[in-house]
Design a protein around this ligand. Sequence first.
Ligand SMILES: [Zn+2]
Ligand SMILES: [Zn+2]
Length: 326
Amino acid sequence: MGMLTALVVGAAPLPAIAAGFDITVLGARGGLEDGNLSAYMVHPIGDPRAVLCDAGSVLHGLQVADRHGALDDVPMPTEAPETRPGYVLHHVIRGYLVSHAHLDHVAGLVLVSPDDSAKPIYALPSVNMVLSRDLFNGAVWPNNGDRGAPPQLGLYHYQDIVAGRPVGLAGTGMRVTAFPLSHGSVESTAFLLRSGGDAMLYLGDTGADAVEHSTRLRALWQAVAPLVRAHRLRGIVIECSYDDTHPDTQLWGHLSPRWLLRELAALQDIAHTPLRGMPVLVAHMKPSLRRGPDPVAVIPAELRSGNDMGVDFIVPEQGMRLRWGR
Ligand SMILES: [Zn+2]
Ligand SMILES: [Zn+2]
C-alpha cells in the first residue's frame, strides 16, 4: 500500500497526465453467465488507484484481465506476497460503487469478500439497505459490513451517497455523483466519475423513460449535458440487455437497441451537441440459451444500423482494457 501510494503520489506531473480514464472490463455481460458479470475497474489515466463500478465478477475478472496483460502496468512491489490479481484486489481497488443489489452486480463482491481488504461501498441508501439486510446478513453470507445483523465484521463500510451531490472517493483521485435510475421495481444508479475536469458515466441497469414511465434518464442527461457541451464527458458505459425482437412489455427495466438509441438521441438533443465519436460501451447484454442468432452479435449490429449519431459503440469482452481521454 505504502509503496503504491509513494509511486503514485510521488509522481509530480500527475495532474498534467491525468486527462481521462482507463477502464478494465472485469465482467461484460448481464446475467446467466456466472464469472462474466457487470464489473468495470476505473481509474484516471496515470493514477492506478481505482474503484469498481459494480462487482458482478471480481476475482475471475481480475484473473482474465491479468492473462490479457491488462494489469501489467500496475506498479507492484517485487516483495508483494500476493499474486497480481490479489495485489490489485487488496491495494489498487479502493472501493465499490454498487448500482443496485441484483446478484449479477454483486456476486463477485460477495464471493471475494473473505479475502478482501477493507473498503467502502458507495451506493444510494436504498441499495446499501438491501446489501446489509439481505446479503451480508449472517445467514446468506457472513456480515462483512458495518451495519445490520451482529456480529458485524466491519470489513466494508457502507457509505450512503446523496443523489446529485458529488463525493470524493477515498484513496483515489476521483469524485463521484450518483443519479437514481428506474429499473423495473428496483432503484438502480448511474455514477458520474470525475477526475480533474474529465468525466465518464457508468449506468447500472435501466429501462427507457418512456417504457418505465419515468423521467430519471432525462434528469441524468440534463445533469451531464454541460460536460458533453464542454467535450469533457469521455465515454459512457450503458446497458443494452435484449435485442429488438424483444417486446417492450418484457424488457423488465432494461434497454433494447432502439430504446438505447432513442435515449442517446435525447442526450444529444438536450446537450445541443453532436455525440459523433463518443465512446459508448454496450454493457449487460444477456446471453441466450436458444439456438440461432447470438444476441451478443445481434445487439451491436442493431445499434450500428440505427447509429445516425455516429457514436462509437464498443462491445466489451472480459479482460479488455480501454482508454478514454487524451
Ligand atoms: Zn443486471
Ligand atoms: Zn438488475
